[in-house]
Write a protein that binds this ligand. Structure first.
Ligand SMILES: Cc1cc2nc3c(=O)[nH]c(=O)nc-3n(C[C@H](O)[C@H](O)[C@H](O)COP(=O)(O)OP(=O)(O)OC[C@H]3O[C@@H](n4cnc5c(N)ncnc54)[C@H](O)[C@@H]3O)c2cc1C
Length: 293
């Protein structure tokens, strides 16, 4: 369905070639297939409108996916929770299902921007924008989530650890759309912690560190994972750190982490300060979740 561009588009985004607001997923996928590289998917617009104003993207036809019901909502499906791509960060933050089953994701969205941004920003947009400083990937990586992708050719699921390719780059091809993310719910007890170092809650993180201990069936059996934001071109995941921790505590864990992190200096912080936060934050999380330093 082609509709009139909102006034703001005409006044501030003169390079726009067209604006579509499909009502169903099938309609959206046909449009994306037809338009190919000319299409730009629009969800909450909190990243996209800035990119457009800065003219980081060339002439594009905007496909607004906010009115597609199939892409919305949070529901339990077997041992997982499915979160539709256009579910907003506010909806995740206020969901009792997320609070009880995925407490790390709850902690992460509590630190996400301010109320104004949270009510527009979507989880799909947060993943597809592929910023190294995005918050939600840090929890979704630790839970071992899968990104669900659709195109006219069919549907597929991709482990989120394989979804990000670099700064602002994902594995998505023209014609593909993320329909949602499927998050397995840990079966045992979970202890979680999210630490976000930032200049203010409205700003992106300087460094973000998420940690989780998932307890196993046997006493003393647990899996320990960490994830890091804004210290490499993509969010970083370290799974199965319990053996390193048992061998040599936080020092041994940090040895593994530091081999992979490669922060840059930018307007928010120097790379040295980011490395310092990695060290301090990792030790704090280990102390809180495992009692050691
Ligand atoms: C003031 C401010 C503060 C912010 N603070 C934070 C913060 O604290 N933490 C944080 O992580 N981010 C933050 N952001 C960034 C932004 O709000 C998030 O990345 C947000 O989740 C993007 O979602 P959106 O729905 O607005 O995406 P959009 O801007 O609509 O889209 C972003 C990108 O993803 C693509 N896209 C969107 N949905 C899909 C889909 N379903 N399938 C395929 N491609 C898709 C779009 O084409 C575009 O390239 C902030 C932004 C602003 C302006």
């Amino acid at each position: 369905m082609k509709v009139e561009s909102p006034l703001t588009f005409r006044t501030t985004l003169p390079e726009l070639e067209g604006y579509f607001r499909p009502k169903s997923l099938d309609e959206a996928l046909s449009l994306l297939s037809e338009l190919g590289e000319r299409a730009k998917i629009y969800a909450g617009g909190t990243d996209l409108l800035i990119d457009m104003r800065l003219r980081n993207i060339g002439n594009k036809v905007v496909v607004d996916i906010k009115e597609i019901n199939e892409l919305r909502g949070i529901r339990e499906e077997g041992d997982s929770i499915f979160i539709g791509a256009t579910t907003t960060i506010h909806e995740i933050k206020t969901s009792s299902l997320i609070a009880s089953r995925l407490p790390l994701l709850k902690q992460v969205v509590e630190r996400f921007a301010d109320q104004f941004i949270r009510t527009r920003a979507t989880v799909g947009g947060n993943l597809c924008n592929a910023s190294p400083a995005a918050d939600t990937p840090l929890a979704l990586l630790i839970y071992g989530s899968e990104v669900e992708i659709a195109s006219v050719a069919g549907r597929k699921r991709v482990p989120i650890k394989d979804f990000f390719k670099g700064v602002k780059r994902t594995i998505l091809a023209p014609g593909e759309l993320v329909t949602g993310v499927r998050v397995p719910v840990p079966q045992g007890r979970q202890r979680v912690k999210y630490l976000r170092f930032d200049r203010s809650s409205e700003d992106l993180m300087i460094v973000g560190i998420a940690g989780a201990v998932f307890e196993g069936r046997e006493p003393g059996d647990f899996e320990f994972s960490l994830s890091y934001g804004a210290v490499a071109p993509t969010p970083l995941l370290f799974k199965g750190l319990q053996d390193a921790y048992k061998r040599g505590g936080a020092d041994e864990v940090l040895k593994i982490v530091k081999e992979k992190v490669s922060p840059i200096s930018d307007v928010r912080a120097s790379k040295e300060y980011r490395m310092h936060l990695v060290e301090v934050g990792t030790r704090l999380i280990i102390k809180e979740l495992l009692g050691g330093v």
